[in-house]
Design a protein around this ligand. Structure first.
Ligand code: GLC
Length: 746
């Protein structure tokens, strides 16, 4: 018997490796799985893994049981299923989803816990829909209020974006779905996005534009990154030596997969050598070429194979790409988890409503007009955005939703029998929205003359106790939409005119800006209450009503600066080469753009004196923000006291001095004193959101870490801490400093 067992054991050891399939073993170390799978692959199979086979999928290896990789937009919800090689929807009847608030709203919560909830919920929806890669979140910095896709991103400040993106990624990837952080890098506008060559200093690159991506990789552990369309240092970002090799791989040690934007790859040699792992969206009829440019013609498909077979390139780059793709697969579809996700359940809907309610920003509330008082009986709701579905449209983040509660529906539902709610159009924008074969709001056609529409609204306003104007932008072309920037800073469709007319007949008026961007507010003195309402998805109407009626005490803070006019932004003071870019003198189709405002984006510019502003841009702009970065009111009030610095720890006591519970995002800014190099007056370096009952006090503690004080020395190419004094500012907004302490680095 013993002999038999011994010979059996020996036989087992000799069994050919083909049967010890380590790559299939989800408990095996992932790098062993990668190497085991790699050595089993043929050249054709390797190439199949690194480029698309359809609009949103890349091939697996059927022979080895390695699944197809399915990608899906977008940052706010799971895009409707599309046909194999189309952008248009496939007409499925089981792919309606939850639309979560736009990421500007998530950023405005200043609450990383909300990001974790968000990531988990959207990750579950992606998993349920059978997707392995979620094409989001986006963290490009808000450099200009005209950028068509600011609503998909997290504002103007690198610390806010970096802090808020990490939990989102962790939440998504906890479901076994890869986040694909985009668009790496310097994709800060939509105009000319496919060709613009961005010129930016190393300091601005490292201190402003990269931190959120670095945090996504190093703290978030992002499993994939999407290269952007634009160029940097003359190379397309989807195959860019500096961004993808020098920074992403060598400096940040990224071990995930680099995925091109759709159509972002345009050169085989650079794609081979500069770090692109997966090529999507190149030559199909969804972009610029007909079906004849089938997937075999992708740059990393037959052209790459031909170079290898001709001995012109080796296979080491190919194997590295395949390793990154295999690692992505073993982290997602082959991770061995027994998880199935969930779709449109009450938990997700509650998360969407909660984040929206916590991200809405109460910008102004003169006379305490809000929350709506019970003495108010007749409420007039005005504006197309009160009824227009806004989850369809805006480009790749467009969604087919299970439902969408409009602001009007939310207000009517909450008002119930206690209030008499009337609605008038007030202004007519574009009526129905059509995208990817989906039509929403078809019933919104309104052919009446403007004068008639306005007269109706003014007459109704005379009779109302409260007017709630719901306007803003609407994700139509040039109105916060992918592919094109806004054409103006002012509100479109004659909104400014009707708002002024309504305010003239009824001083009790609220303006709700449904947008992902700042807008001009020429009527601000006549409108006592102003809310930044965001594109808030399926639960938009419920969340807005929660805030308007006071069921939720607003606690959002602005993730970007709202200046009075477009020319008050530095990107709009130095001519076309600074924005939107100018034609390259030799190749007019290629744009060149120079970020000459450098570090001084948003409040970093607003903090400058007119003299310093003139030195920077040549314009002695004296304008101050209408509403500052980090600003947001509450229905209660908060006092800051006892600011103390002990060693590396700064503490401050926050007290709710009002009569109702509320939340406050306590912000910590650092102001270097007499720095040796040009530095912003102050920079956000930490924030904490706390909830306080009326009368309750809580002490908030911040640890002062060296990296909060450092700047990027572009001569030494490293982060540097200079000795000296650094003023620590505890604040309720970048323009509302509540306490100070001096920190010294010997
Ligand atoms: C688009 C967008 C990108 C999106 C991709 C797929 O052009 O730039 O954000 O994920 O293509 O739709």
């Amino acid at each position: 018997m013993k002999k038999i067992l011994l010979s059996l054991a020996t036989a087992m050891l000799l069994v050919p490796t083909a049967f010890s399939q380590v790559y299939l073993d989800a408990k095996a170390p992932i790098e062993e799985r990668v190497e085991d799978a790699l050595e089993r692959l043929t050249l054709e199979e390797k190439l199949g893994l690194i480029h698309a086979q359809s609009k949103f999928s890349s091939a697996g290896v059927p022979r080895l049981g390695i699944p197809t990789v399915w990608c899906t937009d977008g940052p706010h919800g799971i895009r409707a299923e599309v046909l194999w090689d189309e952008w248009n929807t496939a007409g499925w009847t089981n792919d309606s989803v939850t639309a979560f608030p736009a990421l500007t709203c998530l950023a405005a919560t200043f609450n990383p816990n909300m990001s974790l909830l968000y990531g988990r919920a959207i990750g579950e929806e992606a998993l349920y829909r059978g997707k392995q890669v979620l094409l989001g979140p986006g963290v490009n910095i808000y450099r200009t209020p005209l950028n068509g896709r600011n609503f998909e991103y997290m504002g103007e400040d690198p610390c806010l974006s970096a802090t808020m993106v990490v939990p989102y990624i962790k939440g998504v990837q906890a479901q076994g779905v890869a986040a694909c952080v985009k668009h790496f890098a310097l994709n800060n506008q939509e105009d000319g996005r496919h060709t613009t060559n961005v010129h930016v200093s190393d300091r601005a690159l490292y201190e402003i534009y990269l931190p959120a991506f670095k945090a996504a990789v190093q703290q978030g552990g992002a499993w994939s990154i999407m290269g952007s369309y634009n160029r940097y240092r003359d190379q397309y970002a989807c195959h860019n030596q500096y961004l993808l090799q020098d920074i992403l791989r060598k400096e940040w040690h990224f071990d995930g997969a680099v995925i091109s934007d759709w159509g972002g790859c345009c050169n085989t040699d650079q794609a081979i050598h500069n770090g692109l792992d997966m090529e999507f969206g190149s030559w199909t009829n969804g972009l610029t070429e007909g079906k004849s440019n089938a997937y075999a013609n992708y740059y990393l498909a037959d052209p790459y194979r031909d170079l290898i077979l001709a001995g012109k390139v080796g296979t080491e780059e190919l194997d590295q790409k395949v390793r990154n793709v295999l690692r992505l697969i073993f982290r997602t579809s082959m991770n061995g988890y027994v998880k199935y996700g969930a779709l449109c359940n009450e938990e997700h809907q509650s998360v969407a409503r909660r984040i929206a309610g916590e991200g809405i920003v109460l910008l102004q509330n003169n006379g305490g007009l809000l929350p709506i008082k019970k003495e108010v009986k007749k409420i007039l709701v005005v504006g197309e955005n009160a009824i227009k579905p806004l989850t369809v449209g805006g480009g790749s983040s467009s969604l087919k939703v299970k439902y969408e509660i409009s602001p009007l529906a939310g207000i009517c539902e909450r008002a119930g029998k206690d209030f008499d709610v009337k609605y008038v159009r007030g202004y007519v924008g574009t009526g129905a929205t059509v995208q990817d074969g989906m039509v929403s709001g078809a019933e919104m056609e309104d052919k009446r003359p403007v004068a008639e529409v306005q007269a109706e609204a003014v007459a109704a306003a005379r009779e109302a106790d409260l007017v709630i104007f719901i306007g803003g932008l609407n994700k139509e072309g040039h109105q916060d939409c992918e592919g094109v920037d806004r054409l103006q800073y002012e509100l479109p469709y004659g909104q400014d005119e009707i708002i002024a007319k309504l305010a003239a007949v009824n001083p009790n008026i609220v303006f709700v800006n449904i947008s992902g961007n700042a807008v001009a507010m020429p009527w601000l003195q006549q409108v006592p209450a102003v809310l930044q309402g965001w594109f808030n998805g399926s639960e938009a109407g419920h969340a807005l009503a929660d805030v308007l009626f006071g069921d939720v005490n607003p606690s959002g803070k602005l993730p970007f600066t709202i200046m009075p006019a477009l020319t008050d932004y530095p990107a709009h003071q130095m001519g076309a080469e600074v924005y939107p870019g100018v034609s390259n003198e030799h190749y007019p189709i290629l744009m060149e753009e120079y970020y000459k405002e450098d570090l001084f984006v948003g409040y970093r510019y607003a903090d400058l004196s007119p003299k310093a502003r003139k030195a920077l841009t040549g314009v002695a702009c004296k304008s101050q923000p209408l509403f500052a970065f980090g600003h947001g009111l509450s229905y209660t009030t908060f006092a800051y006291s006892d600011v103390k610095l002990e060693g590396r720890f700064l503490t401050v006591t926050i007290t709710n001095t009002g009569d109702r519970a509320g939340k406050e995002a306590v912000q910590l800014y650092v102001a270097p004193q007499k720095p040796k190099v040009a530095r912003p007056v102050k920079e956000l370096k930490a924030f904490k959101k706390i909830a306080l009952e009326p009368g309750e006090s809580r002490t908030v503690k911040f640890e002062i870490k060296d990296e909060m004080l450092q700047y990027f020395d572009d001569q030494k190419h490293e982060w540097t801490l200079d000795a000296g004094k650094y003023q620590l500012l505890v604040a309720s907004s970048s323009a509302d400093i509540r306490g100070k302490a001096m920190y010294e680095v010997k």
